[in-house]
Design a protein around this ligand. Structure first.
Ligand code: NAD
Length: 492
């Protein structure tokens, strides 16, 4: 699917609780399409009472539906069916995802929806593979751990990849036998509702997969504080992550997984093979989804000898991008999620320029056929570690460039005072690559590539204030389980 007509997309709004649509509105907010700024629907803001209803339904389903006690192979079968239904629904799900987000339809159709489906399938296969283990104890005892679900998991998702980010939490939580209450971002609330409908069709018991709508301050806060929530898994900003951590501590020391912000460096050495490919890789890593990616490679650190050539080529790759609506064919530079966020990007670039940064390209809004907030991919040189654009997570297509001479200098520049989400190393020297892999303080290090492959087995998560715990991989599965230690005296 290459394009669609936005007026052709049917929007159904509300909460999805206990297998039913609930449209209770004590408060609501408009939902705006980033591509053209139009308010195309509204969404209810769940108050504490509605959150209570969702968690109560989830708790009841957890106790009574048999989901956590189902034979793991059977749970896997139901989840595989869920994955198949998601893939088969791409014609509905992809426009629903694209219309109100920053995901161009071609990508939503060929990547976001299939990747969501594959993620659910990947975790379905874990259901009967992690049961705990025998523990080496003395001869008179038998020791073991038993993997058990938590109960009701609260999953809070961001707006930048609404389906994919939610699925990284829903998949492992359900496969492990938990019930979930998902709160999507108030800016992108609709596509996850469709997943909840498909879950029922797949045979997941009503109440095991619930969706509540609302903002962070009202709905998200009530959800994480609810006494019926046994575990919280969150993807979003470091600021909100800290608030959620405090709320979890205040409401009963709930365990939590946090996937937070980043300011990831890309280290390019003069010996890096195929400099043109490196330039394209770096351009893609900061312009994909208009830089609205947690692992965006936003800080280029480049050895002086190749700096000028690399910057030139990255600029050329940026120039080839086409700003456009998420529903239009050929869009390669999608909109910024909101006017407020675009204004924030603009202000950071302006203040950075006032601090001495040189705008090598971009530095202003892009023209597009639709009136959304588009921002041109931007390169800032002559920056220092103190420049605002180097320090702040901008969440837009803004690349800062710092140069170095030695590996030690590169490493020192790579270290960010707060963030440690990801890093890229581009070099032909395997020894140097391995030294840096060890030395970089980042939850993921990519060597001679940047960004994930479609491999769910690789866990992802941040060091420092970029997060706690992992999504994806076996670690992402185990994050949705608790392990009971059992010791049996065999002499009696
Ligand atoms: P955000 O923190 O503003 O919101 C994320 C979600 O949290 C939303 O659903 C929001 O309603 C909710 N929320 C906000 N405050 C809350 C509170 N106090 N209690 C409970 N819920 C609350 O983030 P965003 O703008 O939607 O997403 C962008 C951010 O997400 C960036 O910082 C980005 O780096 C980060 N992100 C991280 C990863 C990762 O894997 N590490 C992936 C994607 C995005």
């Amino acid at each position: 699917m290459d394009q669609f007509e936005p007026s052709s997309v049917a929007i159904r709004s509300g909460h999805f609780i206990g297998g039913e649509w609930i449209d209770q509105r004590t408060a609501q907010r408009d939902v705006v399409r980033p591509s053209d700024g139009a308010a195309y629907a509204s969404v209810p803001i769940a108050d504490a009472q509605t959150v209570d209803r969702a968690v109560d339904n989830a708790s009841r389903a957890y106790r009574e539906s048999g989901w956590p006690r189902m034979a793991p192979r059977e749970r896997a079968r139901v989840l595989r069916r869920f994955a198949e239904l998601i893939a088969a629904d791409a014609g509905t799900l992809a426009p629903l995802e694209a219309i109100g987000s920053t995901r161009p339809i071609r990508e939503a159709y060929t990547w976001d929806v299939p990747f969501t489906s594959e993620g659910i399938r990947f975790y379905a296969e874990f259901a009967d593979k992690v049961g705990g283990e025998l523990v080496a104890t003395d001869h008179d005892h038998l020791g073991m751990t038993i993997a058990e679900p938590y109960g009701v998991v609260a999953a809070i998702a961001p707006w930048n990849f609404p389906l994919v980010m939610a699925s990284w939490k829903i998949g492992p939580a359900l496969a492990a036998g938990n019930a979930v209450v998902v709160k999507p971002s108030e800016m992108t609330p609709f596509s996850v509702l469709r997943l909840a409908e498909l879950a029922i069709e797949a045979g997941i018991p009503a109440g095991i997969f619930n969706v509540v709508q609302g903002d962070g301050a009202t709905t998200g806060d009530a959800l994480v504080r609810h006494p019926g929530i046994a575990k919280v898994t969150f993807t979003g900003s470091t600021r909100a992550g800290a608030q959620i951590m405090a709320a979890c501590a205040e409401s009963g020391t709930k365990p939590l997984t946090l996937e937070l912000g980043g300011k990831s460096p890309q280290l390019v050495f003069a010996d890096a093979p195929k400099i043109d490919e490196v330039a394209h890789r770096i351009a893609r890593a900061i312009s994909s989804n208009a830089g609205q990616v947690c692992v965006a490679g936003s800080r280029l650190l480049v050895q002086r000898a190749v700096a000028e050539e690399l910057v030139e080529r990255i600029g050329q790759a940026f120039a080839a991008l086409r700003a456009g609506a998420t529903w239009a064919a050929g869009t390669t530079l999608p909109p910024i999620v909101s006017e407020a966020q675009a204004a924030r990007i603009e202000a950071i670039v302006e203040r950075s320029a006032a601090q001495g940064a040189v705008v090598r390209c971009g530095g202003r809004r892009a023209d597009a056929a639709v009136p959304g907030a588009f921002y041109l991919p931007t390169i800032l040189t002559d920056v220092t570690p103190q420049t605002e654009a180097v320090r702040a997570e901008i969440f837009g297509p803004v690349l800062t460039v710092q140069t170095f001479e030695t590996e030690e200098e590169a490493l020192a520049l790579a270290s960010h005072p707060d963030y440690g989400l990801a890093a890229g190393v581009h070099t032909a020297d395997i020894g140097r690559a391995l030294r840096l892999v060890r030395a970089l303080e980042a939850g993921t290090v990519w060597v001679n590539r940047y960004g994930r492959t479609n491999d769910f087995a690789m866990p992802t998560g941040g060091y420092k204030r970029s997060g706690i715990g992992k999504d994806l991989g076996r670690l992402g599965y185990e994050a949705h389980l608790r392990f009971k230690s059992v010791l049996i005296d065999t002499r009696s």
